[in-house]
Design a protein around this ligand. Sequence first.
Ligand code: BGC
Length: 806
Amino acid sequence: MKYGYFDDDRREYVITTPATPLPWINYLGNDGFYGLISNTAGGYDFYRDAKLRRITRFRYNNVPNDIGGRMYYIKDGGCTWSPSFLPAGTELDSYECRHGMGYTVFTGKKNGVNAKLTAFVPLGDACELNRLEITNDSSETKELTIYSCIEWCLWNAVDDANNYQRNLSIGELEVVGSTIYHKTEFRERRDHYAFFTVNADVNGFDTDRDVFLGARRAWDDPIQIENGTSGNTVASGWYPIASHQLKLTLAPGEKKSYVFQLGYVEVPRDRKFESKGVINKAPALALIGKYNTDARVEAAFKALAEYWSDLLGIYHLESGSDKLNRMVNIWHQYQCMVTFNMSRSASYWETGTGRGMGFRDSCQDLLGFMHLVPDRARARIIDIASIQFENGSTYHQYQPLTKRGNADIGGGFNDDPLWLVACTAAYIRETGDATILEHPTPFNNVEGSEKPLMEHLRRSINFIVNNKGPHGLPLIGRADWNDCLNLNCFSEEPGESFQTFGPSEGPVAESVFIAGMFVKYGLEYADLCEHFGSKDEADSVRNEVGKIKKATEEYGWDGEWFLRAYDAYSHKVGSNECEEGKIFIEPQGFCTMAGIGQEKGYGRKALDSVKKWLVNDYGVEILAPCYTTYHVELGEISSYPPGYKENGAIFTHNNPWVSVAATVIGDAEMAFDIYRRSCPAFLEDVSEIHRTEPYVYSQMIAGREAVHYGEAKNSFLTGTAAWAFVDISQAILGVQPTLDGLSVKPCVPAELGDYSVTRRYRGSLYNIRVTREAGRSGLTVNGAPVEGSVIPVPAAGSRVDVVCYI
Ligand code: BGC
């Protein structure tokens, strides 16, 4: 069953009912100011950091769980309704929500009135625009009253939700004309405020929630709206909101348009006030002036569309499959932008108050983002590397506002350092910009500790070399990619964090997954040395890679698949000898990608075992059989009921690893089959089972042993976005950046037919046609055959015509 459809021409998913199984959301904003917006206009806004600089309030665990956000009411006689269905909740005559690239458009109709609400964040400015267009489609004159409303968050979203003894006394506002300024804490240490305005004279306003709603009333039924009044209140303490009241008369066929703007400004500390206690409004007025007419808003909306057209023109596929085209050309890349911006911080599943930017998460997000905005990728790599410790290990997370490592979580996740190598190498393959390796980058943000980025990569590599266990395999530390495989934790008490409890290091527990990573990324580092550093270092790293490869073949192979780990007692994890958790997906994917045991056919065997044990209707499960009891020596992984999360769900992030691995052993059918199974557009028809948005990946889909097999959770913020795009665009469709230029080496099943890709790469445009012709293989570049698969980089600005015969 579907709840909407894809409109590929407009790059939108069109939701045709407000009653989706869960709120289906979108993201507004690309750089600094962000809004989350659901298909009923719920959600919240923040500036840079969803915890520390929250602008509007969101209630977690609310019932229904999506009340709040952008609240618009239209009062038409005795009937009050919302263009996005909520908050009024009045049944609409028609409803539509179009989630597009950085914007969402609602159209609601009721009793002959048509209301269109367009929400977006204009490029380069810290504000959200809501344009409300109201048309009278009926044959009689309509006397309408519009109410807007947003609820302010008192900046720090954690304090806002728990420190009421303080909060309820600190709220402060100013109201001037149609603009409501939220200035809580501006009197003391904050140099920023927010405002909510509309480009029309208002008939009334409210900023005191209790006066607007009335006693014991909720957002669907404010007393002021019932009475057709406004309280004209300026709140002091309690719960500040911002609501406008606008009365309008519409003749039949007449239309009126309003622009509401929610903005955020920062003011220099020495110019905070106009007069005692009165905030300096100059920066707000400047921002308001930029978007106070329909024409200006339309121009900004057009600029946003052009921005996305440009970005999505960098990699564009034309194939016979609509589903594949829409994922590759639109939604994979869009989700990569979102994960780049958010890491795992703010979604409808991540509160924005918990996790900051993850080290490994952000490094992997970059893998799918590099080509879109390389400059931002470069800056991010440096930010991430700056939280690394001198010994090569690193903080696991940092807060985006401060960019400092997050001491609550600390470090000790031993895969982290290698992801820095992965993203830096990918950045150079994309851009050819090796100067990043020289960029002076501090350790742990300590001034004076700066070393070239290359030194950070070296320490990442050396960290693994210097931290091996009894079998010569890398020590796992607190955990590797699988945060829930906590082999040194031994937690017995509820409430202890599996990620921080117990020693961060253990001298015995080893990870076969990190071994696979080291072989893959160690070789990528060696290539960087060879190209841009020293041949001797390249040789010595390859030598270290050889040792870990050998150790993995000797001690990391279980006979039919790769082992997952050795625990703190040196017992095998992920072995046929185990009763539960016999086989794990991660090492099958990574060790095969890394080519470990290739000559012995390990990759083929491992992937056959994946098929036999782990593949289900919707993807590849993370392990089997699931753990049915808690294992203190394994940690969080065994804390989940069978079939959920790391205990046997399809943890979609690692499905592309298996798919890429299949391309490494030349199994095109398996590669595409694995890609397709968990791919959102391919699951659209079972949206009632899947339940999350059919245009983006969710972190997990419950596995066969779960009660709710096939149900997805945690949509949007998952490393799957980047990896799925790498998988399909580079490994399967075969258009892959290398240090020496673009390589074209598809691994596609025959069912996909011929296709073409246009790719902008290092300043040139490549038109690539992939075709099957009996008896022909290889590449022609501008009509001439070339050796191998790599196209030497032409002068920037070239057009390169490539035909690839397969
Ligand atoms: C985390 C990742 C981790 C994954 C698997 C996610 O929630 O953000 O860092 O690799 O879970 O445990």
